[in-house]
Design a protein around this ligand. Structure first.
Ligand code: NAD
Ligand code: MG
Length: 396
């Protein structure tokens, strides 16, 4: 039976990789809805090739999209707008699978809507889970959603865990013989930079990742190691494990995508060439396997695998995230919001690279933590943290 797919954030790096997989398997998947925030010309090309039933864009882009779809004789495609449109396609009764690939907090409500509608949700949008943690996981259980990790590390961990690991009790302790999760990190483009060198790096340099080609925001996060911090929080929620059982390992080649250690001394790893098509295909077809164009790993070529401890004095973002997870409540939401603001400011050359973690730290220290009781509380604190972080950007 063919599955219908909704791709939130289709014009992004993950969205594009998802289309690559779908076009290889036209009998198994059809595209029901796609969403984009900008890049309307690319969106129209996607509509031409994949004939979705519904497209979602911001309201200020609707007229432009309508004209361009008309010009291509694609006027049968329904256009929806803004967050209401995103939520509508994410929870649509005709959709089986939702790829959550919007970047940042903008993806929270549509991802949550997909989870509430009990979909198979392929989670790339880690910020949504970092912000809403327990609520997202609780909602997935309540509404029987299948929340599958697309982030390469979490997908690797998922593949290396015992088969029914996620279905059994969740209490923060490793179980079923698992003792520890090893979360790998490439270390980003500035792995060996001194603090002085880090102060002078440009957005262009930060966006040039040595192994992965990704959107701008996650590229900067990879360079600060905040990406690994967000992923640490993501892992704690997805696998119901306390932060003390997750160790970050720098592995510059990005061939081992993460590992799980067991009490008997075994360590299981998932390996492969660094291409997001592999975790996307895995999450899409799980528990089956489907073909991708990703070439098999050649260990005679990739014959150097190195590992080292992260240096949190040069990359303090990792500790900020670990601390936020430890204290819990709204701290991860504040961390994420402040980071989004600081990264955007760095990309616009308003602050230095090394000021990103400082702004996150100051924002965390300026807002009183409280329990994350509801989505409304989370959205409120997200807004508040953005305002506070903006003040630090202006006053830096
Ligand atoms: P990207 O910047 O390339 O794409 C982001 C997508 O989200 C685009 O389609 C854009 O139109 C849409 N978008 C942006 N702002 C929006 C808004 N306010 N409202 C609605 N839509 C909006 O990002 P990406 O690299 O594809 O990453 C997407 C998500 O996947 C991120 O959360 C990232 O952390 C995660 N992720 C990415 C990779 C990767 O290799 N790129 C790997 C793991 C996880
Ligand atoms: Mg990752």
């Amino acid at each position: 039976m063919s599955q219908t797919v909704c791709i939130l954030g289709v014009t992004g790096s993950i969205g594009q990789s998802t289309l690559k997989i779908l076009e290889q398997h036209p009998d198994q998947y059809s595209v029901f809805a796609v969403t984009a925030y900008s890049r309307i010309d690319e969106l129209v090309q996607i509509c031409k090739q994949f004939s979705p039933k519904v497209v979602v864009v911001p309201s200020q882009k609707v007229d432009e999209l309508k004209q361009k779809l008309n010009a291509q004789k694609l006027n049968h495609i329904e256009i929806l707008a803004d967050e209401a449109g995103l939520v509508a396609v994410a929870e649509h009764s005709s959709v089986d699978v939702v790829m959550a690939a919007i970047v940042g907090a903008a993806g929270l409500m549509p991802t949550l809507a997909a989870v509430k509608a009990g979909k198979r949700v392929l989670l790339a949008n880690k910020e949504a889970l970092v912000m809403s943690g327990d609520i997202m996981m609780q909602t997935a259980r309540e509404f029987n959603a299948l929340l599958l990790p697309v982030d390469s590390e979490h997908n690797a961990i998922f593949q290396s865990l015992p088969q029914n690991y996620l279905q059994t009790e969740r209490n923060g302790k490793p179980k079923q013989g698992v003792s520890q999760i090893l979360l790998t990190a490439s270390g980003g483009p500035f792995l060996n930079h001194t603090i002085e060198q880090l102060e002078a790096v440009t957005p262009e340099q930060a966006c040039k990742h040595p192994n992965w080609s990704m959107g701008q925001k996650i590229s900067v996060d990879s360079a600060t190691l905040m990406n690994k911090g967000l992923e640490l929080i993501e892992a704690c929620h997805l696998f119901a494990i306390e932060e003390q059982f997750v160790t970050v390992v720098i592995h510059p080649q990005s061939i081992i995508h993460s590992l799980v250690q067991y009490v008997d001394g075994s360590t299981l790893a998932q390996m492969g060439n660094p291409d997001m098509c592999t975790p996307i295909a895995h999450a899409l077809a799980w528990p089956e396997r489907i073909q991708t164009h990703v070439p098999p790993l050649n260990l005679f070529v990739n014959n150097q695998l190195n590992f080292q401890e992260p240096d949190t004095s040069r990359f303090p973002a990792l500790n900020l995230a670990r601390q936020a997870m430890k204290v819990g409540g709204l701290a991860p939401t504040i961390l994420n919001a402040a980071n989004e603001i600081a990264v955007a400011a760095f990309l616009k050359n308003k602050i230095k690279f090394t000021e990103i973690h400082q702004i996150v730290d100051r924002t965390l220290n300026s807002i009183a933590n409280a329990p994350a009781e509801s989505i409304e509380t989370i959205l409120q604190i997200d807004q508040k943290a953005r305002i506070v972080a903006e003040q630090f950007v202006i006053g830096h």
